[in-house]
Design a protein around this ligand. Sequence first.
Ligand SMILES: C[S@@+](CC[C@H](N)C(=O)[O-])C[C@H]1O[C@@H](n2cnc3c(N)ncnc32)[C@H](O)[C@@H]1O
Length: 281
Amino acid sequence: MNADELLLTAVRKCRRVDLYADPRPLTPDEQKEYDSMRARYQNGEPLQYVLGECDFLGSALAVNPCVLIPRPETEILVDTILQKLKSSKLSKPCRVLDLGTGSGNIAIALAKAIDPCHVTALDISEEAISVARCNAAANGVTEKIRFLREDMRESLVANRAWMKNFDCIVSNPPYIKTSALDHLPRDVQQEPRLALDGGADGLRFYETIIRRVHQYLKPEGYLFFEIGDGQAAPVEALLEKNPFYRNIRFYPDHTQTDRVVCSQTTLSVCEQKDTHTWKSW
Ligand SMILES: C[S@@+](CC[C@H](N)C(=O)[O-])C[C@H]1O[C@@H](n2cnc3c(N)ncnc32)[C@H](O)[C@@H]1O
């Protein structure tokens, strides 16, 4: 659908086919709403924010300027995770940690696809957590996801009681270099800086996560990242520097750019007890 069709179906609350099967003029209220949405779009606001919604792997998710608009590249990340987990021995329920959940897109897609599973999804932004909670409810997976408003840099150091024995830890962290933020396309600049700013070299979050999370994964547990253009080599170097990771693999996006990285913890990763803290939520 083109932008006009999307705006018209949103205003008329109908399907695309109805625009042509029943091509009636808009009512005055509908016209007012359409004009206002179209003006926002023409002023450079991302269409998904104007519509208040986007599609992620077939699920409708609410979005607003407090959350990053989920990207098609992140669908590749989720597909890769599901492929890998399908052929692995997982806990029942499978335990997943999503660092920087934003709209909740990754957590929700995994919760819908993996049964049984328990996902912990955290974000530093209170507003993002509230959008993600609504999206989980709208997609019927509230019971499978625990949302936490936390700064991952603190949680990963604090070694909280529940942070143990994950089968899979995933993150699509902020990964744009700070110096590049002001040169991003106008619509991307309207997304939260908090969701984009990866520090001076864009690698700040990968460094923190790679340094810390092996202790929260089961032996042979999976760590998945989405990465930015040109970040495959530095992220690989960070993983290789840590003796607890092995089997580092990259997966390309539709432009054949490495977009997803997967690695596994070694068998000898620090001894961990199965505490099953889920019961004490
Ligand atoms: C690139 S966005 C990814 C959002 C979503 N997971 C997705 O794939 O579309 C990164 C997310 O990390 C969150 N974030 C940034 N700094 C954080 C921190 N220190 N601790 C936890 N979350 C953080 C942002 O608020 C944002 O929602």
